[in-house]
Design a protein around this ligand. Structure first.
Ligand code: 5AD
Ligand code: FES
Length: 340
């Protein structure tokens, strides 16, 4: 097993069956995490990129079975931030030293493309990078948003298994999602994707396919997290993913895509009080602290146990900085584009 991991450190390649073998093995996890940490250090360095996350509306027209803000969850109190509020939040983030804001929302037509373009243009005057995470759009819409100044786009594939995808997204199509990722690449965005670990009926073989898919599309960013069952969704009685497994997949992503930007995700911290720091020491080099007002945080609960619900943007910024420095890492001062 160690030989396999050593090979991946040197070549950044693993076959499907080799990935499955590593995923099934439980004896070499620590070795894998150390190897991913080594590749991270060599390829992207010690600086951690902070991206300020703005969850600007929880209105969503999609109905993904795992997600707490799905259309059919009538228990969610929906909110819509105004363009001015979104800009003010971005301005506050820039003031706190963030060099990127991530505009994330449910998938909704609430804001027209023109309105979104205006928001992006205004935020770009702050001289920070803008990442969008607003779901599936058509090619013209993605182009307009890019022309307005958006730099990056996050769209997790969630799973590349047709069977699992269909079960979780009865109204959506895996083909369409892949097409979106291809449009985004073609238009020159830095493109992020990723998957959920521990979904019902997901097998190690599927996760290996996911990892090879990230490599095939040469993902610039890879966001991975454990699936955490939400009591307000149809998947409330499922078991969910484990921290350790999500960490393994993340470490493998670092070995296969050594120069990618990989966040230590909030969902990892939900399952382990030290989750983000452990992830940063197992291949991750990005953290995405929430910069929203506390009034909105509790309304954007994709899964239970979301961290920092009562903490303001300033507190999270200071808290995460202290944590990062405590493990001997630094805070990046650049916009943090991928350098291959
Ligand atoms: N558990 C963990 N992650 C979730 N997401 C949605 N619902 C859950 C859940 N129950 C993730 C999806 C989505 C991202 C924004 O949040 O992967 O792409
Ligand atoms: Fe929010 Fe620590 S990151 S309080």
């Amino acid at each position: 097993m160690k030989n396999l991991i050593n090979k991946a450190v040197k070549t950044n390649r693993l076959s499907h069956s080799e990935i499955v073998e590593i995923l099934k093995d439980e004896t070499c996890n620590e070795y894998l995490f150390k190897a991913a940490d080594y590749v991270r250090k060599c390829r992207v360095g010690d600086a951690v990129h902070l991206r300020g996350l703005i969850e600007f509306t929880n209105v969503c027209g999609q109905n993904c079975l795992y997600c707490g803000i799905r259309r059919d969850n009538s228990l969610v109190e929906r909110y819509i931030m105004t363009p001015e509020e979104i800009f003010e939040t971005a301005k506050r983030a820039a003031g706190l030293g963030y060099k990127t804001v991530v505009l994330q929302s449910g998938e909704t037509q609430t804001y027209s493309i023109d309105t979104l373009c205006e928001i992006i243009k205004k935020i770009k005057t702050l001289d920070i990078a803008v990442t969008l995470s607003i779901g599936e759009k058509n090619e013209d819409e993605y182009r307009a948003l890019k022309d307005a100044g958006a730099d990056r786009y996050l769209l997790r594939i969630e799973t590349t298994s047709h069977k699992v995808y269909r079960e979780l997204h009865p109204e959506m199509s895996l083909m369409k999602r892949k097409a979106c990722l291809h449009f985004l690449k073609k238009l020159g965005y830095e493109v992020g994707t990723g998957d959920l670990i521990g979904l019902p009926h997901q097998k190690d073989e599927h996760i290996a396919d996911d990892l090879l898919f990230f490599q095939e599309i040469d993902a610039d960013m890879i966001g991975l997290g454990p699936f955490i069952p939400n009591s307000q969704t149809p998947l409330k009685d499922e078991i969910g993913g484990t921290f350790e497994k999500a960490l393994k997949v993340m470490a493998l992503a670092r070995l296969l895509l050594p120069s990618a930007n990989i966040p230590a995700t909030t969902a990892m911290e939900t399952l382990n009080p030290n989750g983000r720091l452990i992830a940063l020491q197992s291949g991750a080099n990005v953290v995405m602290p929430n910069v929203n007002d506390t009034t909105y945080r509790s309304k954007y609960q994709l899964y239970p146990g979301k961290i920092c619900l009562d903490d303001g943007a300033e507190k999270c910024r200071k808290c995460i900085e202290a944590k990062i420095l405590s493990i001997g890492r630094t805070i990046a001062t650049t916009k943090g584009f991928r350098t291959k």
